[in-house]
Ligand binder design. Sequence first.
Ligand SMILES: Nc1ccn([C@@H]2O[C@H](COP(=O)(O)OP(=O)(O)OP(=O)(O)O)[C@@H](O)[C@H]2O)c(=O)n1
Ligand SMILES: C[C@](O)(CO)[C@H](O)COP(=O)(O)O
Length: 250
Amino acid sequence: MSAGPRVIAAVLAGGVGARMGAPSPKQLLPLEGRPIIEHSIAAFEASPEVDEIVVLMVEEYVGRVEDIVAEAGFGKVSRVLPGGATRTDTSYAALSAMAGAADSDLALLHDAARPLVRPGTIAACVAALGSAGAVGVAVPSADTVVRVAPGRTGGEVIAQTPDRSRLRRMQTPQGFRLGVARRAYELAMADPSLVATDDCGVVLRYLPEEEVRIVPGEETNIKVTNPGDVEVAETLLRRMRAHADPGAPS
Ligand SMILES: Nc1ccn([C@@H]2O[C@H](COP(=O)(O)OP(=O)(O)OP(=O)(O)O)[C@@H](O)[C@H]2O)c(=O)n1
Ligand SMILES: C[C@](O)(CO)[C@H](O)COP(=O)(O)O
């Protein structure tokens, strides 16, 4: 009997949290008494599909995260490494940290700033990677989304109102067969005009022949980004627990 692919999760925590404006990176802010990053790592630690976790942290806080990992007893975390200057650089560093894994193994890239990811969502990503080389968690948009352009007399005007039924808001995890992510990132990192806001976008741009599958996500999987978002996350977490939601994060 052959073993299935190894599943390696990368928790991306290399950002400084400029929009949050806290004195330290937002992934260290307490959420119900535990650092946000601890909740994010805990979701992957608790997922039976995940074999190993690597964490990419702002360089000066790597030691702090090693302490968090040791105190929480996260046995799947193999390394805490410095992140890069941009999120894309951090994703590339994460893939480089997986150099010993096979092209057929699976990488799940997750924002540390999304502490409410459910184990069920992680499981759905891994399941989808059974028949797809690239997958991303997404939710429909409740708002109408428009594309804007500079106005003739200044300000912004609406250039296009895309069909909302075809629009999705991307979240994480985003998962890849390692061979797919490696090929896409090799091309991306060699492109001086690279602009990317997520990892599925990198695959879509550099490997257009690759189908990037959508995995339905949850509205509760918010990205803690701006002041006030920690309070929103705490309210959501309490509500998920109060409703005895079996899929609630631990
Ligand atoms: N150089 C970077 C930038 C971002 N991230 C991570 O990517 C996720 C999503 O990014 P974002 O919410 O933009 O975080 P920050 O970059 O920290 O926020 P800001 O843009 O406000 O500075 C976060 O978990 C963040 O730590 C990263 O690993 N490396
Ligand atoms: C990857 C992401 O969370 C998908 O929505 C998002 O694009 C990250 O963007 P950020 O500007 O780095 O927060």
